[in-house]
Design a protein around this ligand. Structure first.
Ligand SMILES: [Fe+2]
Ligand SMILES: [Fe+2]
Length: 337
């Protein structure tokens, strides 16, 4: 990146042999190790299960995935651009470039699922629904407005809330069904996305905490109350969204527990106190079972195991990445199991 004071005469090359923050390098290694593409998952193997589901379940899948496409689109466009703008180290910028591309892979994955399961008319209906749904538009625009806020810490908070909280009203459906041994390949994609989001949320939360430590006590207090206000606001909207999606199938209460549990995880990624009483033990065990099932092995892809981390989130420390431990370097998945 050019030195802003002297940008026409000086430009620094990125040196991975002089890493300023070892978490950048560990995260780069973790994310590149777990690289995947939607085209490698045999979604069509779920057709028999798909045909066994009724119109209510089909509509639910279609709409939750339409909503998730919207959020991943936002992350791949304005979200990562807004974080790149505030990156402190060149290696952080490289990690965010990786995340930006993977957000595009996530967004595209839903189209691969639609292409396999839905007719062209149904696909049109999904995107039409997403573009007109009031609550979906509300949250996308709310988060996007923060992405254009001058305060880089607020932008990080919005990103973590999207990734560790807002996604989960959508993730509930495929996790519920795979917990009942249905739609395993679609769920495989979702679990790969969840695994990525877990690293993104932790990493961006960690970068938030670094900058947060530099604030005065009063600035921290103000930012905390801003963050809780934003989460309350998103929660209110999410309640309405969850009613729309899940009332017909009668899962509203269970989805809200799952959302509150993940809302706490989002706060903890930022080093903030949880605000909901719900813990892992309150979440529907079928969904927990769906989320914790390890990734199926797909031949050449088999070394990429899936590990969603359950339970309590702790603040990140360099030890979490097992820095320096060759191929096993990465977020410690054992501590949350
Ligand atoms: Fe994503
Ligand atoms: Fe993400």
């Amino acid at each position: 990146m050019a030195d802003k004071k002297n940008q026409f005469t000086h430009y620094d090359a990125i040196n991975w042999n002089k890493v300023i923050d070892p978490i950048d390098k560990a995260t780069w290694e973790k994310l590149t190790e777990q690289f995947w593409l939607d085209t490698r998952i045999p979604i069509s193997n779920d057709m028999k299960d798909w045909r066994s589901l009724g119109p209510v379940e089909h509509k639910l899948y279609d709409h939750v995935f339409g909503g998730l496409t919207m959020l991943d689109t936002l992350q791949s466009q304005d979200g990562m651009a807004s974080l790149l703008d505030a990156a402190v180290t060149p290696h952080e910028r490289a990690v965010l470039n990786n995340i930006k591309f993977m957000e595009s892979v996530h967004a595209k994955s839903y189209s691969s699922i639609f292409e396999t399961l839905d007719t062209p008319a149904e696909i049109d209906e999904i995107f039409d629904w997403a573009s007109k749904n009031e609550q979906l538009q509300y949250k996308a625009n709310k988060i996007n407005s923060v992405y254009h806020d001058p305060d880089p810490l607020k932008r990080k908070i919005a990103s973590v809330f999207l990734e560790t909280f807002l996604f989960y009203s959508g993730f509930y459906t495929p996790l519920y069904f795979v917990g009942h041994n249905k739609m395993a390949n679609v769920a495989e994609i979702i679990k790969l996305i969840i695994r990525d989001e877990s690293v993104h949320g932790t990493y961006i939360g960690y970068k938030f905490q670094l900058a947060y430590k530099e604030l005065t006590e009063q600035e921290q207090k103000d930012l905390n109350s801003w963050a809780y206000d934003l989460l309350y606001d998103l929660y209110d909207n999410e309640e309405k969204y969850t009613h729309q999606l899940y009332d017909e199938i009668d899962w509203f209460d269970d989805v809200m527990i799952f959302l509150r549990y993940n809302g706490n995880k989002a706060l903890m990624n930022l080093g903030l106190e949880p605000m909901f009483a719900d813990g892992a033990e309150d979440v529907n065990p079928v969904v927990m079972n769906g989320i914790s099932t390890s990734t199926a092995n797909h031949d050449f892809f088999s070394q990429v195991g899936n590990g969603y981390r359950l339970g309590q989130v702790e603040n990140l420390s360099p030890d979490d990445y097992n820095v320096g431990k060759s191929t096993q370097a990465g977020l410690d998945s054992s501590k949350e199991e």
